[in-house]
Design a protein around this ligand. Structure first.
Ligand SMILES: C[S@@+](CC[C@H](N)C(=O)[O-])C[C@H]1O[C@@H](n2cnc3c(N)ncnc32)[C@H](O)[C@@H]1O
Length: 233
């Protein structure tokens, strides 16, 4: 499966001034149109990462579904660059280097982390087909797996999952059935799942798998978001 980035993907300036990408065929953006950086900070960093810091095993293990531009990984490293953590991200359609380097994220991010990220991307695209690609952002090891969640295999269980799939509107299969069962099975006991989307079906599916579900205030422009916690053993 290949995505033609030059033809199908364009930049889109969001409400907080930060760019995201838009798929011109599905009209789906990679982040909220109200603010890309604002949404990532609210949903994944403040409601996810900040919540688990301080009460989890070390190193903290994080899984992101839908790596996209890498914004969530970079914001995570910037927020928590003192403590080491393991960050695994899944992405079947790796965004090309020229698109990543032309986002205007420089204004919002640690310059050293951004440079390390771009150099690693450059190596991947010019030297080897590395899968997973590993990069180091400060103390943090980030591995990007060029795969779909459905095919991802690991023995690890994660303390924190950033679920950043495209919306139900364009990828319904990501929000129900076996896909939700799979992502919940990858959470460690006590682990935390966060996502920008809340629907009745998603809440029910996650509750039925034994998690405690919270509906919290969403990023600006969205009424709600979801955080769910897997009970400790
Ligand atoms: C909403 S965007 C994520 C934006 C990203 N977190 C960022 O900061 O740029 C959704 C991402 O999920 C990826 N995706 C699509 N199908 C997927 C699948 N089956 N498993 C994992 N990721 C998938 C898309 O290619 C896209 O990059």
């Amino acid at each position: 499966m290949k995505l033609n980035f030059a033809e199908n993907i364009a930049f889109y300036e969001t409400g907080d001034g930060s760019n995201t990408l838009i798929n011109k065929v599905t009209n789906e953006t990679y982040h909220s149109k109200h603010g890309a950086v604002q949404e990532s900070m609210h949903v994944f960093i403040k409601t996810g990462l900040d919540f688990v810091l301080g009460n989890r095993h070390r190193p903290l293990k994080i899984l992101e579904v839908g790596f996209g531009t890498g914004l969530n990984a970079l914001l995570t490293a910037d927020y928590n660059c003192v403590e080491p953590f393991v960050y695994h991200a899944l992405e079947p359609f790796l965004v090309p280097l020229d698109m990543i380097s032309n986002t205007n994220y420089t204004r919002y991010l640690n310059q050293k982390h951004l440079k390390d990220y771009l150099v690693a991307q450059y190596k991947k695209q010019t030297e080897l087909e590395l899968n997973p690609m590993t990069l180091y952002l400060g103390n943090c090891e980030v591995k990007i797996f060029n795969t779909r969640l459905e095919e991802f295999e690991t023995d690890l269980k994660y303390d924190l999952i950033y679920y950043d799939a495209f919306s139900r509107h364009s990828q319904q299969e990501m929000w129900e059935g076996e896909t939700i069962e799979k992502i919940v099975s990858l959470l460690a006991p006590g682990g935390v799942f966060v996502t920008y989307s809340v629907t009745g079906n998603l809440k029910r599916a996650i509750r039925d798998l034994g998690l405690v579900v919270e509906r919290l205030t969403g990023a600006p422009g969205k009424r709600e978001m979801l955080r769910a916690i897997k009970p400790s053993l």
